[in-house]
Design a protein around this ligand. Structure first.
Ligand SMILES: [Zn+2]
Length: 219
């Protein structure tokens, strides 16, 4: 199976897709955030550096991230493919990632971009309601995801609330940041011929199927 770099705008369903792939194909879902959290628990030099840096709310040096990512993708569970999420975030990281791949004998695979119409994303974000008691998630803008009774959880009758950053203004900000970040990456990977666009505005089953056709090279 091909390795994947997963790129998607906010609320496009990236987490859901990664979980589906992980469960079905038993491939790891790698994010640099998770790697750093794991390493912060180690009591060697890097572990202590990462822990200290993160506790100060500062950014871990890119050099350390490259080293940790290299260690991670050398592991056995990555030999049949893996999903990379949240990295690379810029051109320099993309170029360094190429070097890391060469050093460990892995291949780039495909860069999968989950495309969802901006208006659909807006509806998903602004309609999201969460149960304060059991954490169930609903969407008042999406027919088959609405709670049966307004602002009440179907499961436990708890009250539903809206997260403070699930508003239009915060969405516009995150969406613009996404476009600014991904444009150079899409150009870079586009030239390598590895970018594949997948429709994330359909059902999660249909999205998964489209991704499967790519990574299993049925097309
Ligand atoms: Zn509930």
């Amino acid at each position: 199976m091909k390795n994947i770099i997963l790129i998607a705008p906010p609320a496009a369903g990236k987490g859901t897709l990664a979980t589906q792939l992980k469960e079905k194909y038993h491939i790891p879902h790698i994010s640099t955030g998770d790697i750093l959290r794991d390493v912060a628990g180690r009591d060697d030099e890097i572990g202590m550096y990462v822990q200290e840096t993160m506790s100060k709310g500062a950014l871990v040096k890119d050099e350390i991230i490259y080293q940790l990512l290299e260690e991670r993708i050398k592991e056995k569970d990555c030999q049949n493919g893996y999903i990379l999420d949240g990295f690379p975030r810029n051109l320099e990281q993309a170029k360094r990632y190429d070097e890391i791949l060469e050093a460990v004998g892995q291949s780039l695979g495909f860069v999968i971009i989950l495309d969802v119409d901006k208006e659909v994303l807006k509806k998903r974000v602004t309609g999201r309601r969460i149960c304060k008691d059991c954490g169930a998630i609903y969407n008042i803008n999406i027919e088959n995801n609405m709670p049966k009774k307004d602002s009440t959880c179907d499961v436990c009758s708890g009250a539903l609330y809206q997260r403070s950053d699930d508003n239009l203004e915060a969405f516009e900000h995150r969406y613009q940041a996404y476009l600014d970040m991904t444009e150079p990456l899409i150009d870079y990977y586009g030239e390598k011929g590895v970018v594949r666009h997948v429709d994330g505005g359909v059902s999660k089953e249909a999205t998964l199927k489209a991704v499967e056709e790519i990574i299993l090279e049925k097309k």
